[in-house]
Design a protein around this ligand. Sequence first.
Ligand SMILES: NC(=O)c1ccc[n+]([C@@H]2O[C@H](COP(=O)([O-])OP(=O)(O)OC[C@H]3O[C@@H](n4cnc5c(N)ncnc54)[C@H](OP(=O)(O)O)[C@@H]3O)[C@@H](O)[C@H]2O)c1
Length: 262
Amino acid sequence: MDLGLRGKRAIVTGGSRGIGKQCALALAREGVHVCIAARTEDILNQTLAELEQTGGKGHTVAVDLTTQAGCKKVVQETIDRFGGVDILVNNVGAARNADILGLSPKLIDEALSLKTYSYLRMSQLVIPYMRENQWGRIVNVAGAAGTSPTRGNIPTGAANITILNITRALSDAVAGDGILVNTVCPGLTNTGRARTQQSARAKREGRDVEELLQELGQELPAGRIAEPEEVANVVTFLASEACSYMFGSALYMDGGKRRATP
Ligand SMILES: NC(=O)c1ccc[n+]([C@@H]2O[C@H](COP(=O)([O-])OP(=O)(O)OC[C@H]3O[C@@H](n4cnc5c(N)ncnc54)[C@H](OP(=O)(O)O)[C@@H]3O)[C@@H](O)[C@H]2O)c1
């Protein structure tokens, strides 16, 4: 299938590690020029070097995406470097969780600040450029926790459910301009974040975190947790010309865990 991505210009937030990094690499392999945003400069540089090895063209911006100034800097540098922006992958997210009975609202504030507000701000900032070309794709990386809350994951879940709301509302606002807004909801995915999230439980139970991740995967219909490359493949399709009739959809990639249909 020709994805029609060659020469397009993309931003991937939180693109230096984990799912975001694999999205950046997958898009670059399709001939997309990719601007990667995250905070830590040396990790950004390592990812850029990998991206350039694929023959792709990239750029990095070291910013804190919880701020409006940080979001603006990413968009401005992408425009200066590539002359426009066609694709936005909103992926950044790093909520800290705690049991609901002792949960500080501050953790919810932090989760919303990094994920909900940055996804909204970044979308608002890129849409005028996408409208100029009457073409754009915004792909949000939410998470299955948005519709499957537990007593221990409310900050993550609160941020992710707002992304589903924003996806629908934004899609309605820009569908007539050739801009498609959709969301991917991964379940547990093999990244540094998954290890950090499960390490408290592993410690509590006196177990190895790798063994715990394997066991959590075996409980799923898929029999294993997701690899970030698998999420990136779906994101790349949603970012492409080939994805032409999906508006405000949410795709679950949770290894079959979700009981609700759809
Ligand atoms: N892994 C999972 O099991 C899973 C499951 C469901 C949904 N998700 C969602 O998938 C997305 C990616 O998760 P992941 O597991 O790939 O995470 P990850 O491996 O921890 O990577 C997070 C990325 O975000 C960047 N980042 C974090 N805080 C930032 C900030 N304040 N400003 C700018 N950049 C920041 C990190 O770089 P720096 O730290 O250098 O800034 C890194 O590039 C998140 O939205 C997460 O909620 C993940």
